[in-house]
Design a protein around this ligand. Structure first.
Ligand code: F6R
Length: 247
C-alpha cells in the first residue's frame, strides 16, 4: 500500500488523473472502476481536461461503477447514472455501451447483481478501481459489518450514510434506503485500487483504514490486504495519521 499525501485537493485530483491517464495510454482498452460522490469530481474534471487538451482517448475504455441506488430511474437527478453522465461521460469520447452501472430499477435485483459480476468477469476483471471512503469507513455501499468477501448485492444503507447523502435530496425521507453495490471481494479483485479522500471529515476513517486493524467494522481497512493499493489524500484527510514521514 502506497500512501500519497498532496498539499491540496487540486493536486490530489491531478495526481490521480495522471496515474489513470498513464494506465490508459499503456492499455487503451483499460477496464476502469469508478465511484460517485464529491471526492472524485476533481479527478473527472482533470480527466476531461486531458481528453480536451492532451489527446487522452477513452474510446476503447470500459467502465464499471461501484454502486447505484435502488428505486431511482436513470433519469433521476440523484441517480448515480445521471451523476456519471453529467460529471464525466458526456464530456469524453467513451462508447455508451462500454459504461456499466447497476440498474436500480431492474425487476429482479438479485439477477441484476449476478449479471453485473458476470459482466466484470467477461471483460477480464477491473484493472483500476477508484474508491472514495465514507466517514464510517465504508467503501462503495459496503457499510460497517459487511462481509470482507462479499460480492455485488443489495445493501441497506446505515442511518449515517442516509444522513450524509441527504444533502443531495430535499429531505432525508427521499434518500433511498437500499442500493446495489459491488462487494468487498469484488473490489479486492481489481488489479489496482486507488482510494481517495479529502478533508478533515474523513481523517478518522482514513486513519482507521490505514493504521487500524483489518476489520469488517471498517470496510476500507481491507485495502491493507490488496497487492497494489494507492491511498491518495490531501493534508486534511491525512491529518490523523501517525506514521507519516515528512521529508
Ligand atoms: C460512491 C461510493 C461511496 C463514496 C463515499 C464517499 O460511488 O461508493 O462509497 O465513495 O460515500 O463519498 P464522498 O466522496 O461524497 O465523500
Amino acid at each position: 500500500m502506497l500512501v500519497i499525501i498532496k498539499d491540496s485537493y487540486d493536486d490530489l485530483s491531478r495526481q490521480t488523473a495522471a496515474m489513470v491517464a498513464e494506465r490508459i495510454r499503456k492499455k487503451p482498452d483499460l477496464v476502469l472502476g469508478l465511484a460517485t460522490g464529491v471526492t472524485p469530481l476533481g479527478l473527472y474534471k482533470e480527466l476531461i481536461r486531458l481528453y480536451n487538451e492532451e489527446g487522452l482517448s477513452f474510446a476503447r475504455v470500459t467502465t464499471f461503477n461501484l454502486d447505484e441506488y435502488i428505486g431511482l430511474p436513470r433519469t433521476h437527478p440523484q441517480s448515480y447514472f445521471h451523476f456519471m453522465q453529467e460529471n464525466f461521460f458526456r464530456h469524453i469520447d467513451i462508447e455508451p455501451r462500454a459504461l456499466h452501472i447497476p440498474d436500480g430499477m431492474a425487476p429482479d435485483i438479485d439477477a441484476q447483481c449476478e449479471w453485473y459480476e458476470q459482466q466484470i468477469a467477461r471483460h477480464g476483471g477491473i484493472d483500476v478501481q477508484i474508491l472514495g471512503i465514507g466517514a464510517n469507513g465504508h467503501i462503495a455501499f459496503n457499510e460497517p459489518g459487511s462481509s470482507l468477501g462479499s460480492r455485488t448485492r443489495i445493501k441497506t444503507l446505515t442511518d449515517q450514510t442516509v444522513e450524509d447523502n441527504s444533502r443531495f435530496f430535499k429531505t432525508a425521507e427521499e434518500v433511498p434506503k437500499t442500493a446495489i453495490t459491488m462487494g468487498i471481494g469484488t473490489i479486492m479483485e481489481a488489479r489496482e485500487v486507488f482510494l481517495l479522500a479529502r478533508g478533515t471529515a474523513k481523517a478518522k476513517a482514513v486513519r482507521a483504514a490505514i493504521e487500524g486493524p483489518i476489520t469488517a467494522m471498517v470496510p476500507a481497512s481491507i485495502i491493507q490486504m490488496h497487492r497494489k493499493a494507492y491511498v491518495l489524500l490531501d493534508r486534511d484527510a491525512a491529518s490523523q495519521l501517525t506514521h507519516v514521514f515528512r521529508g
